[in-house]
Design a binder for this molecule. Structure first.
Ligand SMILES: Cc1ncc(COP(=O)(O)O)c(C=O)c1O
Length: 457
């Protein structure tokens, strides 16, 4: 199938349109039933209480027929939009032919590996291998831990404060957030978290934040009394996602790569949330011209939300024997077709440029409303990965401000999400297929939410 439908053809045209009280009666019924039979761990409907019945492109329809503009894309999964027709068409055909293969070769598997090679960052094209394992981002992180340990013979894992790398035991060990891990410790032994250069939180000039972060890491690696014996790898998000869309100061990733290579320690760049065009480059490490030694990917890799993860690594690290890394679900062919088609759709529609332009427009609107409001601490991000950090006011915490903005937007048909160590960051990660006119409507709503919630000085 040729790619016929552009980003202008793939949404519910009436979104946003909220015509019932929300949650509407049908959403309320399903939410109530969910409360009765589903797990107490269910979280997302607590902040956005809707039941979803259908979704297309950058829009959703709830069980009462209300439509919404989706500004969080299933947390960075749906870069080509919900049920993208070009991707869906390939997936549906594949479903009728072959679904599960472990790791036998298929056209789709090899085509996806070739496509990943084509878009690989830095010096990785033609110098890489790709391993598939379990379907989640956390599974890919587990693979990176094994790969790094296997190749270096090292034990110590180094990660950053503010990091989120997943919820399985190894990944959770690298994750920094106390709330995720406090009930499950001890996790992996010998994990060290060093400061990420987060200038706003640290109240520092960005260059100073960068220098201090690198010095801390240098000490950990090079001081014989640092407590680290034999490092296996350094894990970093090129932009911290859950930690609050924290963009590190320019040059930090280059310094990090240099330091890792001086010390012969692999640099594992976690592109799980930032990959596949999210930041206006295929991978966020490209903004700094950095080549990861190892790069886990997931989320948008499965195109329309099919579960698929993979890890790309430098070819000389390909030392595992057969079965060196395993997992029953390492050959989901429809998900691999989806991955290929999603990459093709992004290429054909020039969505990297679109993400850069639209992200700039969104940040400009946010900066304009932030002007004269000291509770809006910072607007940041790259491409369509956007964060707005809020400060506490006399009457509300930053987290409460974000919750109030989210509620205002939800009632008017725009779905936004939060992030940050204290929940005080508004996070916008819309599908890359969001159109300019949808972005204008969404930003009108978000800007008026900020005006209503945050007093001007
Ligand atoms: C940077 C990063 N790494 C890893 C993960 C874990 O992925 P998953 O939730 O698919 O296990 C996430 C999830 O949000 C993430 O943002």
């Amino acid at each position: 199938m040729a790619i016929e439908q552009t980003i202008h053809d793939i949404h519910f045209e009436d979104a946003p349109n909220v015509s019932t009280s929300i949650p509407g009666p049908e959403s309320r019924r399903l939410l109530e039933e969910q409360k009765n039979i589903d797990s107490s761990a269910v979280a997302y409907p607590k902040n956005i209480p809707i039941a979803i019945s259908e979704a297309k492109g950058a829009t959703l329809r709830d069980a009462d027929g209300n439509t919404f503009i989706d500004m969080f894309a299933g947390i960075g999964v749906l870069n080509v939009g919900h049920s993208n027709p070009y991707v869906l068409d390939g997936v549906q055909d594949q479903m009728g032919e072959l679904v599960h293969t472990v790791d036998f070769p298929t056209e789709a598997r090899l085509e996806l590996i070739r496509k990943l090679n084509e878009i690989a960052p830095g010096a990785l094209p033609d110098d890489n291998r790709v391993v598939f394992g379990g379907p989640t981002g956390s599974d890919a992180i587990e693979a990176t831990i094994k790969l790094a340990k296997y190749n270096t013979g090292g034990d110590s894992l180094i990660a950053f404060r503010g990091a989120y790398h997943g919820g399985s035991s190894g990944a959770l060990s690298l994750t920094a957030g106390r709330k995720y891990k406090k009930d499950y410790t001890p996790l992996l032994a010998d994990v060290h978290h060093v400061p990420y250069p987060y200038a706003v939180e640290q109240d520092r000039d960005p260059d100073e934040a960068r220098r201090i972060a690198i010095e801390n890491l240098r000490e950990l690696l090079e001081d014989p009394y640092s407590g680290v014996t034999n490092p296996a790898g350094i894990w970093v998000e090129p932009i911290q996602g859950e930690g609050g869309v924290v963009v590190p100061p320019k040059g930090f990733l280059n310094d990090l790569q240099e330091l890792a290579s001086e010390n012969d320690v692999p640099l594992i760049v976690d592109e799980i949330q930032t990959g596949f065009g999210r930041t206006g480059q295929w991978f966020a490490s490209e903004w700094e011209g950095v080549t990861p030694d190892i790069m886990p990917m997931a989320k948008a890799l499965g195109g329309i939300g099919l579960p698929l993860s993979a890890t790309m690594y430098r070819e000389d690290l390909d030392t595992w024997g057969p079965g060196g890394h395993v997992g029953t679900y390492r050959g989901n062919v429809p998900a691999m077709v989806a991955g290929v088609r999603a990459i093709e759709y992004i290429q054909d529609n020039d969505l990297l440029n679109h993400a850069r332009d639209l992200g700039q427009y969104i940040r400009d609107r946010l900066r304009a409303v932030a002007d004269g409001r000291s509770s809006v601490l910072q607007v940041r991000g790259r491409g369509l990965f956007v964060g707005v950090e809020f400060d506490d006011t006399e009457s509300k915490s930053g987290k409460e401000l974000v919750a109030a903005i989210q509620q205002h937007c939800y009632e008017r048909g725009v779905l936004v999400w939060s992030a940050g160590r204290r929940g005080s960051v508004l996070r916008l990660i819309p599908p890359l297929v969001l159109t300019r006119s949808q972005a204008e409507i969404a930003m009108d709503t978000i800007v008026s939410a900020i005006e209503e919630t945050c007093p001007s000085d």
